[in-house]
Design a protein around this ligand. Structure first.
Ligand code: NAD
Ligand code: IPM
Ligand code: MN
Length: 349
């Protein structure tokens, strides 16, 4: 058998609810094949912090890094929970994993599946992928506060953009575009962020010369939000920095029928570290514990995981099962596990 060592981090809120369904689907898709998932579950997140005070220990990190891939639900408590004030789960856990495991590509595909009721009256065909840089930008934590709490307080958060870091993600994005519809859109804010925007623009121009078949265009991020709503069909590959990519992909999720469908991969293309797959959404404290979260985003994240590991046929079977399930949705409310069961059943049929 081919053994895949999978680290599973269910996390907080709806994380464990959607991850159970994703695990169900993973088991169903490899049933009868020679692939076997050897899963280790890591209890990490706000609940663990509240119980033990730990966010992500060095031992956790090295144990996770010893796996072939990671499946994560969502981490983070109720925004504003005073007990989590010093925890910083997002930075100390999620971003720490992305940074330490060098997930420099945050791949976030967006498709409007047939039959999905979206908010747009006439969306056309939506099928694009956001290649969001995952290890730099304003996320690095290069900032500080002086004279804190006084009227003279100064708070800085520096956006870090290295030639090395920008070039490797831009190169990945061009390779994606080359394999897809050969259109690449750089999104930034070069009219204001002249230094950070400038390096992105110059590197896209330079790398673009190696991909003469790929048509390149550029949009300021504010205008990009307009086109994502008015003309989303124009996009094929969007490459952008960590923060703009975060914002654009929630919007992309919303225009393609809801954040409950949006999957992502935090990828280390070099294969030095395991890549991590997770829904774009968070722990959704407002609906946690009710069994009503949509597990589709987590399930589609397993398709990205399978594809990354080279199980391309299994990946497309999962995607197809999800497509069929979506097309058969009548609008009647189903529970989280009913959706997972239905998709797993299609894989076994
Ligand atoms: P959120 O994505 O958790 O929720 C936003 C809205 O979308 C909520 O109304 C929620 O009910 C809804 N929603 C999200 N996922 C859904 C699903 N699968 N099915 C149906 N509805 C769904 O964003 P938030 O409220 O800003 O954040 C909550 C917590 O999650 C915070 O602590 C935040 O930091 C964290 N977070 C974690 C991740 C992650 O682990 N990758 C991502 C985003 C936010
Ligand atoms: C996401 C989330 C994270 C991000 C947060 C929770 C750190 O919003 O995965 O999109 O900003 O990247
Ligand atoms: Mn986000």
């Amino acid at each position: 058998p081919r053994i895949v060592k999978l680290a599973v981090i269910p996390g907080d809120g709806i994380g464990p609810e959607v991850i159970s369904e994703a695990e169900k689907v993973l088991e169903a898709v490899v049933e009868g094949s020679d692939v076997r998932f050897e899963r280790t579950t890591f209890r990490l997140g706000a609940d663990r912090y509240l119980a033990t005070g730990d966010t992500l220990t060095d031992a956790d990190l090295s144990a996770i890094a010893a796996h072939d891939a990671i499946l994560l639900g969502a981490v983070g408590g109720v925004p504003g929970d005073p007990r989590l004030k010093d925890a910083n789960i997002e930075r100390g856990l999620l971003l720490k994993l992305r940074f330490e495991l060098d997930h420099y590509v945050n791949l976030r595909p967006s498709r409007l599946y047939p039959g999905v009721p979206g908010p747009l009256a006439d969306p056309g065909e939506i099928d694009f992928v956001v290649v969001r840089e995952g290890t730099e930008g304003p996320y690095v934590g290069n900032g500080g506060t002086i004279r804190r709490g006084t009227p003279q307080e100064v708070a800085n958060e520096t956006s870090v953009n290295t030639a090395f870091g920008v070039e490797r993600v831009v190169r990945f994005a061009f390779a994606q575009a080359q394999r897809r519809r050969k259109r690449l859109t750089l999104v930034h804010k070069t009219n204001v962020l002249v230094h950070a925007g400038g390096i992105w623009k110059r590197i896209v121009d330079t790398v673009g010369a190696e991909f003469p078949e790929v048509a390149v265009d550029y949009l300021h991020v504010d205008a990009a939000t307009i086109f994502l709503v008015t003309h989303p069909a124009r996009f094929d590959v969007i490459v952008t920095d960590n923060l703009f990519g975060d914002i654009l992909t929630d919007l992309a999720g919303a225009v393609t029928g809801g954040i409950g469908l949006a999957a992502s991969g935090n990828i280390n293309p070099d294969g030095t570290f395991p890549s991590m797959f997770e829904p774009v959404h968070g722990s959704a404290p407002d609906i946690a514990g009710q069994g009503i979260a949509d597990p589709t985003a987590a399930i589609l994240s397993t398709a990205l995981l399978l594809e990354h590991l080279g199980f391309v046929e299994d990946a497309s079977r999962v995607t197809r099962a999800v497509e069929e399930d979506i097309a058969a949705r009548s609008g009647g409310a189903r529970s989280t596990s009913e959706i997972g069961d239905a998709i797993a059943a299609r894989l076994r049929a």
